[in-house]
Design a binder for this molecule. Sequence first.
Ligand code: SF4
Ligand code: SF4
Ligand code: SF4
Ligand code: FES
Length: 530
Amino acid sequence: MIRCTINDRPLEVPAGTTLLQAARAQGISIPTLCHREGYPAFASCMLCVVRDQKSGNLLPACSALVQDGMAIETDSEAVHEARKAALELLLSDHSGECLAPCQRTCPAHMDIPMMHHHIEAGRTREALQTVKQTIALPAVLGYICSAPCESGCRLKQVGGSLSICALKRYVAEEDLNSEAPFLPAVQTATGKKVAIIGSGPTGLAAAYYLQQEGHACTLFDKNPEPGGALRYEIPEAELPRSVLDAEIGIIARLGAEFRMNTALGQQISFEELRGQFDAIVLAAGRVKADDLGMSDLESARAGIHINSETFETSIRGVFAGGGAVRSGKMAVRSVADGKAIAASVHQYLGQGTVTRGQDQFYLRMRNMDRAELDGFIEEQKHKFNISGGEELFTRVVERDNVSPEKVGHEAGRCLHCGCLKTDTCKLRRYAEEYKANAQTYKGNKRYEVDTFTDHPLVILEAGKCIQCGLCIRITEKHEETFGLTFIGRGFDIAVGVALNENLGRGMEKTARECVAACPTGAIAMRPGVK
Ligand code: SF4
Ligand code: SF4
Ligand code: SF4
Ligand code: FES
């Protein structure tokens, strides 16, 4: 037996045990990208490095064997920095975009490509459900949103950006006009009560999501009718009141209570609210702490001071967002705040504290010139079976000119620019965890179209390959006739099919296992294939 310590814990292991096996047997987790149980070590990613305090050496845990007397550390600053650097090197020539640019630029990060996917397939209800996961008032925003997502759309550069806002309004109004508009499922009542001051876009959105979690919301508003700035500042010609009323009606049907003509600091005091409610949300636009009777509330230049990650104010259990904390007037930002506040309040009501969310990592592709973009468009067309010559570049619907016959065509122009494995990509997850910066070692590598779409189940995007070799070892082990291999040399090495065969021949038996094993979006299921 061989003796060593891992994180000061003494242990004995049989000869031939790797550091990774020894650590995992102790319940110590070590991140890996190129390792897979049952396959020989490849030691290419260097994410699994640990440090031997005796020699000072950094060692790849997946392949280095435990030696007598080693004193291994797996969680020190030096180890953390080495892993971060390994990730930054892998990201330095990575050609991919984790989120579609439209979704990234939407303040609510709505899953726009998924909405388009459903509309194209004629699934209006599913499209609406996709929208309402992040946007509580889609019909209202369909009339008044300044649509920053459309400015981010890839197709803007070549003619007409997708008519995202018109499509969103279409699915939302179809739903409102249907016999049974969509009502999300509501969790069992928690017995917790939330007071929301202000029934404008932030307050309404917060109520929409909090009610779904089972918390009972009461919205207080100084005006006789709910809607805040949506009703009292935007002319009816821009936002029909029937649309506003219909979406407020959905929130009322979820159980939210509205107390009109009730201003905080006048008809009801902060102390009364504190006594009756478990949490308070300030969402009544620009207000002064003194007018609310809340002298303990810290102010900032643009409004109430909050923790920008959690929306907590200086008073425990009191949250604020929308116009109460900033001067901008973008309605979609207020609606997005409402959803984020609901998440914080829900956490607070459940565990008494709000933990700051981890900064999310989304790799961006730099702006493409026309030639690169043309290549990208061709690639996306193959991936998603998108038809279209010039008509791909032309908008066919506008907000005031939508017809059921045209929406499928418009949604069908979408290039689905995000990554096929955003939610499962290990590279992205670890980049987030280790706060890796994709720019640290960034070179001048241009975007290269190198995508294999000639397989019935999967797509291979070589630009997202980190050369972990897993797919190659899998096709070898399962004795594929052709299999996958590394093609090229030096920095230009890329995974491909042996003997230049097509991808279908390269992965006849192993496509699904390769998708599961590939740590990035390089090998992914074709859209729509389960
Ligand atoms: S493979 Fe991972 S890191 Fe690359 S674009 Fe896709 S999700 Fe982002
Ligand atoms: S083409 Fe589709 S996925 Fe790409 S940016 Fe435009 S709307 Fe988003
Ligand atoms: S394509 Fe193959 S070599 Fe490249 S990252 Fe995926 S599994 Fe690893
Ligand atoms: S080098 Fe060990 S997991 Fe990649």
